[in-house]
Design a protein around this ligand. Structure first.
Ligand code: URA
Length: 209
C-alpha cells in the first residue's frame, strides 16, 4: 500500500478552512492555494538528499549541506494544478515544469488527455505531480502513467484534499507513489465531488462559474 502524508500543520489547516468557505472570493482562494502549495512543497521535499560542499564564509572555509540527487520537475495537472505552481516555484525556482492537460468526462468521470509537454530529460528527474483535488483518482493515475511511459521512475503526488475512495484507487494503481495532502475528506458524492470539500477547484481558482 502506498504512503499518505497528511500535512496537518495549523497554518495549512487554517488556510484550508478559509478556502472551503463558499464566501471566499476568487482572489483570496487563489492566493491561499499558492501559500499552501509553498508549504506542501516544503514537506514533499523534506527528505531530499544533500551532500557537504566547501563554502567560504567571511570567517573562513566550512563544509555545509547542498542539495544533491535528482533535479526537480513540477507537473501540474491542468487546469487546477496550476494553482499550486507559483507557490512551489517560489520555493524551488530552478525546477522545470511539465504541463499535463486532462479533463474529466462528466459522464464517465474518466480522465481524457488533451495536452502533454515535459522537459526532454524528465526521465532523469524527480517529478512532483500536483492537483488540488484527488477525487476519483482517475486524473492523477492517468497523468502519472503518462510520465511513467516517458521513463520517469521517481514520482510524488501532492494534493490539497483527498477522498478516501480516490486514495484507494490511487494506491491500487500506483502503490509505489507516495501522496502528500492537507486533508482526507469524508466521501465522494455521485457527481465525483469531494464532500465536504471546497467545490470545483478550477472554477474557484479562475472565477469561471
Ligand atoms: N474536482 C474538484 O474541483 N472538486 C472536487 O470536489 C472533485 C474534483
Amino acid at each position: 500500500m502506498g504512503k499518505v502524508h497528511v500535512v496537518d500543520h495549523p497554518l495549512i489547516q487554517h488556510k484550508l478552512t478559509l478556502m472551503r468557505a463558499v464566501s471566499t472570493p476568487t482572489q483570496s482562494f487563489r492566493q491561499l492555494l499558492n501559500e499552501i502549495g509553498m508549504m506542501l512543497c516544503y514537506e514533499v521535499t523534506r527528505d531530499l538528499p544533500t551532500e557537504l560542499v566547501e563554502v567560504e564564509t567571511p570567517l573562513g572555509l566550512t563544509m555545509q549541506p547542498h542539495l544533491s540527487g535528482k533535479k526537480l520537475v513540477f507537473a501540474p495537472i491542468l487546469r487546477a494544478g496550476v494553482g499550486f505552481l507559483d507557490g512551489m516555484l517560489e520555493l524551488v525556482p530552478a525546477a522545470r515544469v511539465a504541463h499535463i492537460g486532462l479533463y474529466r468526462d462528466p459522464a464517465t468521470l474518466q480522465a481524457v488527455e488533451y495536452y502533454f509537454k515535459a522537459p526532454s530529460d524528465v526521465a532523469e528527474r524527480l517529478v512532483i505531480v500536483m492537483d488540488p483535488m484527488l477525487a476519483t483518482g482517475h486524473s492523477a493515475i492517468a497523468a502519472i502513467r503518462r510520465l511513467k511511459e516517458r521513463g520517469v521512475r521517481e514520482i510524488r503526488f501532492v494534493c490539497l484534499l483527498a477522498a478516501p475512495e480516490g486514495l484507494v484507487s490511487f494506491h491500487a494503481a500506483l502503490p509505489e507513489v507516495p501522496v502528500w495532502t492537507a486533508a482526507i475528506d469524508d466521501h465522494l458524492n455521485d457527481h465525483g465531488y469531494i464532500v465536504p470539500g471546497l467545490g470545483d477547484a478550477g472554477d474557484r481558482i479562475y472565477g469561471t462559474r
